[in-house]
Design a protein around this ligand. Structure first.
Ligand code: PEP
Ligand code: CO
Length: 453
């Protein structure tokens, strides 16, 4: 039986609706070949897994689980290799351990991984010397190199993106099922970024407490308990390139419903959230859990039609609001948004993205973010939800497992600035130490939330 949202819906229907941020493929024949190939390739995820994630997100709606959604701003084909994926996974798992211990609730681990290859951009062109080149739109569309050839959209990149996503997902599944996520590895992790945090007494205490808890379970002799419970990592990316998402959408034989099998969860970006636009039209028909990025230009009048289109049955776990107002603006916008959603009885997961509202340009013209702003928005998010009686349901981070220096600040700022550089293809990411430090701070917020509850 079609639900309200899938009545009068076809996966190609978005093509008749205005939509931005997508390329005009210059070679239509090449596009048709890539599209047909993608339609025949196996799904990357199962519909059943997406349903399982939806039920975990329902728990987050109720305050019984907490979401960690983290990974690269833009994945690159050239970084689709073992050490890069391992290092990113390692820092995500470290953060997961800290948050699980502190929150005493189920952690829902969702990577911005295995498909985050298409980027929305504010301008269509950029100046390089005297010439204006089309901007980089993500590896699935064009290349980062500043030449006209590389920047021309190439549909074969969608197929390459599929295979890089499959390879990444395969390694993530192998690591998380094959013992890498064992809590015993905390000791090995200590040798790297964890170890340095012993200088801070609060962080040191938390590390000790976690180790004691692991030892306790060991003493009980149950080794099942010492691998991160449900270390299962779900995947997510922005559903921006609808040609790709459409080709990956299949009918689930169990339910007869459409699922986008490119990832477990998809989100609608800040720039493509129009209720009458192509992205919302496409997303209303797939049954995966979906996120909407919400920021300061969002008017409350937009909320109702958007939610009616995407979640007419008010199914809990279906919709997450990923708010990214910026440290300066969150207090002006989030309380009203929460009140409006309460008035309408909306059942949503509230996830804080403290990255995208805090982007600045430094003296060298490079994008950056300050750790202090990221932390301040995160704290405000928790405080506002506490005051409103709603649940802070998760955190959304742009993160690298390598020693980059893209965001400023944090307790090891000095160290990282010397040895590292800006390597992001798009937005500035937290490095592993900044990510772990933020996790320690969120741990405190989760603990104080429990005291209030
Ligand atoms: C992103 O998540 O990388 C992004 C572009 O975010 P937003 O749509 O919130 O600007
Ligand atoms: Co980004």
């Amino acid at each position: 039986m079609p639900t309200n949202s899938t009545r009068n819906w076809e996966k190609t229907g978005w093509r008749n609706v205005p939509g931005g941020q997508m390329p005009d493929w210059p070679d239509r024949q090449k596009f048709a070949a890539a599209y047909e190939r993608l339609c025949r390739l196996p799904p990357l995820v199962f519909a059943g897994e997406a349903r399982r994630l939806k039920s975990l997100l329902h728990e987050a709606c109720l305050g019984k689980a907490f979401v960690l959604q983290a990974g690269d701003c833009a994945e690159l084909f050239s970084r689709c290799h073992g050490p890069y994926i391992r290092d990113l996974l390692k820092v995500i798992l470290q953060i997961a351990v800290i948050l699980t211990y502190a929150g005493e609730k189920r952690l829902v681990n969702i990577g911005r991984m295995a498909g985050q290859y298409a980027k929305p951009r504010s301008n269509s062109h950029e100046k390089t010397g005297d010439i204006a080149l089309p901007v980089y739109r993500g590896d699935m569309i064009n290349g980062l190199e500043p030449t006209l050839e590389a920047r021309t959209p190439d549909p074969a990149r969608m197929v390459e993106g599929y295979f890089c996503s499959a390879a990444t997902l395969n390694l993530v599944r192998a690591f998380t099922n094959g013992g890498f996520a064992s809590l015993d590895n905390i000791n090995a992790w200590n040798l790297t970024s964890f170890g340095k945090f012993h200088q801070n007494p609060d962080y040191e205490k938390l590390c000790c407490d976690i180790r004691k808890a692991v030892n306790f379970f060991h003493a009980l002799g149950n080794s099942n308990l010492t691998s991160i419970q449900d270390s299962y990592m779900y995947t997510s990316h922005e559903a921006l390139l609808l040609d790709y998402e459409e080709a990956m959408t299949r009918i689930d034989t169990t339910t007869g419903e459409h699922y986008d099998t490119s990832a477990h969860m998809l989100w609608i970006g800040y720039r493509t959230r129009q209720a009458d636009g192509a992205h919302v039209e496409f997303m209303r028909g797939i049954r995966n859990p979906i996120g909407i990025k919400i920021g300061p230009d969002f008017s409350l009048d937009e909320l109702k039609p958007l939610v009616e289109a995407l979640n007419p049955e008010n199914e809990p776990g279906r919709l997450s609001f990923i708010t990214r107002f910026g440290n300066q603006k969150i207090a002006d916008f989030l309380p009203e948004l929460i009140e409006a959603s309460k008035r309408e009885g909306m059942r949503v997961v509230w996830i804080c993205d403290p990255m995208h509202g805090n982007t600045k340009t430094d003296a060298g013209g490079r994008k950056t973010r300050a750790f202090e702003d990221i932390l301040a928005e995160t704290r405000a998010f928790f405080q506002i939800h506490q005051a409103s009686g709603t649940h802070p349901g998760g955190i959304h981070l742009e993160l690298s497992g390598t020693q980059v220096a893209e965001c400023t600040g944090g307790i090891f700022a000095g160290d990282s600035a010397q040895s590292a550089s800006f390597q992001s293809a798009c937005d500035p990411r937290l490095n592993a130490e900044q990510g772990v430090e933020l996790a320690f701070e969120i741990a405190k917020l989760l603990k104080s939330e429990q005291i209030v509850l």
